[in-house]
Design a protein around this ligand. Structure first.
Ligand code: NAP
Length: 542
């Protein structure tokens, strides 16, 4: 008889910190911990390349809604001054080139392990270490575990009955094939009209023979007004970076916009119209900053919403189609506002059809396409632009177990509970960059990311200087923070959009909790600094 040797688990590789994710957060966190604190750090990412969300989101039309000159790192003068963006809004491939540039410049790649999915992370309370396992059976142990997995990285593919019988191809926009998809001559069906769908539809309509857009909730959108950057603009921006970053950090959402002090109700109707018109012509997310109360005062919000509804009627030629495209159930920007390039114009094309799912809900996928309550739509390709299991999804997918084996899914059964979005009680030495309860998705992400990474780095530096091995959020501080997050959301109109992913409403069965911190980035950063200055108030350290 041949004895089979028992399979020994691989020996754990020891690091000071494991960082999960190689996008904006993970790469910067690696740089800070390795190059400033001298820690041994390993970054793990399941993707085959760096770039985080921009590795996965390669759907036609994918580009950033923040403007390129401030959708980038601010911490390194040379990178800031040498990198040159080609357009007002960067396309996904250009953002990946930017990541390559940064990774090469800071020599980051040698500590980034790609194509490696974390399958579990368990805290060993006796040794104050995290034990991390990967899909390849590798094991790592580290004092600190930092998640840098982004907020919108777990695809939400609706459970469509019959999808397995569909004879065509289907794709989710957030997991677009690297090699692209040839849509020439194809009948494409797009489900979803959020920021992604609104970017994708005009390009899909150009590439495909025919596009059917299945819309559940009509959406507002502002024209992006994308265009090439001029040499003059680039020179000016480079010279103004100190002021640009100062503004971005001192505002509510990480955009370097001047914050108006006027209310939409403080001006005459004609003036208001002129201000909206100018903002519409300028394009982009700046429209939100036309007045200071669009997201706090229902009457101001109505004014903005009405203006945008009128614009839809002006652009879309068929009045019936225009009406179906007009949002009536939520106010502008109570859901994340999309920006677009010729979205509403797309519905004037002869090869585009709008299906209103409120009038004819999808019943099932069939061999030939999609059947609604009214009829079957024959399709070759279905594109799910149906969003993400936002904020909590990417963290719960890591299969994290804290002190005494406590699963994160149990700790968050009623919705995420965090202190400052940075830590969760029962999960010592685990830091969640842009976690739920922090401003995250309500901001221009790189600015929020840098603030979190800087804070985490300072905290770890402090612990090492003081010979401390463990930091954990206290339950009472976490409860108070949760109450403050609610209070901040309720001071705005944001919780009023009942189908918003900010509330988890887009994923069936997900607890309805307003997840990001709506109190503003500058205020939040101030609170984090104060907490640290106060000896890490609300955290237990030993
Ligand atoms: P999303 O905003 O959640 O939109 C998903 C769309 O799919 C919605 O129209 C939704 O309808 C629809 N949908 C979901 N499930 C459905 C179902 N079962 N049947 C029919 N329709 C369904 O997702 P997203 O557009 O991917 O955007 C998510 C976030 O990613 C954005 O808000 C933004 O923060 C970020 N993003 C950023 C950029 C950028 O900066 N370049 C680009 C794209 C996305 P309901 O509204 O009725 O739920």
């Amino acid at each position: 008889m041949v004895a089979t040797a028992a399979i020994q688990p691989a020996e754990a590789q020891a690091y000071d910190a494991i960082v999960i994710g190689a996008g904006f957060s993970g790469l910067y966190q690696l740089h800070k911990l390795r190059d400033e604190l001298g820690l041994r750090v390993r970054v793990l990412d399941k993707a085959g390349g760096i770039g985080g969300t921009w590795y996965w989101n390669r759907y036609p039309g994918a580009r950033c809604d923040s403007e390129s000159y401030y959708y980038c790192y601010s911490f390194n003068k040379e990178i800031e001054q040498e990198w040159e963006w080609s357009e007002r809004y960067p396309e996904h491939s250009e953002i990946r080139r930017y990541f390559d540039f940064v990774a090469d410049r800071l020599d980051l790649r040698r500590d980034v392990q790609l194509s490696t999915e974390v399958t579990s992370a368990r805290f060993d309370g006796a040794r104050n270490l995290w034990l991390i396992e990967t899909d390849a059976g590798e094991r790592f142990e580290a004092r600190f575990l930092v998640t840098a997995v982004g907020c919108l990285s777990t695809a939400n593919v609706p459970k469509l009955p019959g999808l397995e019988t569909f004879k065509g191809q289907w794709y989710h926009t957030g997991a677009w094939p690297l090699e692209g998809v040839d849509l020439a001559g194809k009948r494409v069906g797009q489900i979803g009209t959020g920021s992604t769908g609104i970017q994708a539809a005009p390009v899909l309509a150009e590439q495909a023979a025919h596009l059917t857009v299945f819309q559940r909730t009509a959406n507002y959108s502002i024209p992006a007004r994308n265009r090439p950057m001029t040499a003059e603009e680039i020179r000016e921006i480079r010279a103004s970076y100190p002021e640009i970053w100062r503004k971005a950090r001192s505002g509510p959402n990480g955009h370097p916009f001047d914050i108006p002090t006027r209310s939409a109700l403080s001006v005459s109707d004609a003036e208001r119209e002129a201000i909206f018109e100018k903002a519409w012509e300028g394009g982009g997310l700046r429209f939100r900053a036309s007045f200071n109360d669009i997201l706090t005062n229902p009457a101001a919000n109505d004014a903005a919403s009405d203006f945008l509804r009128r614009k839809i009627r002006e652009v879309v030629k068929d009045p019936e189609v225009a009406e179906r495209l007009t949002p009536r159930d939520h106010g502008f920007a109570t859901k994340r506002p999309p920006i677009d390039t010729a979205y509403f114009e797309t519905f004037n094309r002869p090869n585009v059809l709008l299906v209103d799912l409120k009038a004819e809900p999808i019943v099932e996928a069939t061999e030939r396409g999609i059947r609604t309550s009214k009829r079957e739509y024959e399709l070759d390709v279905v594109v799910f632009a149906t969003g993400f299991d936002a904020l909590t999804g990417p963290l719960l997918a890591l299969n994290i177990h804290g002190e005494n084996g406590l699963p994160l899914s149990t700790a968050w059964a009623e919705g995420p509970r965090t202190y400052l979005g940075l830590q969760t009680p029962g999960f010592p030495n685990l830091f969640t960059i842009t976690g739920p309860g922090s401003p995250s998705v309500l901001t221009n992400m790189p600015i929020a990311i840098e603030q979190h990474v800087d804070w985490i780095t300072d905290c770890i530096r402090h612990m090492r200087q003081e010979g401390l091995e463990r930091i954990e959020a206290k339950p009472d501080a976490t409860e108070s923070w949760g109450a403050h997050v609610n209070e901040a959301a309720n001071a705005t109109l944001l919780p009023m959009a009942s189908s918003s992913w900010y509330l988890g409403a887009n994923v069936p069965g997900k607890p309805r909790v307003f997840m990001p911190y709506a109190g503003g980035l500058a205020r939040y950063a101030g609170i984090c600094s104060e907490v640290a200055r106060d000896g890490y108030r609300g955290f237990a350290l030993r």
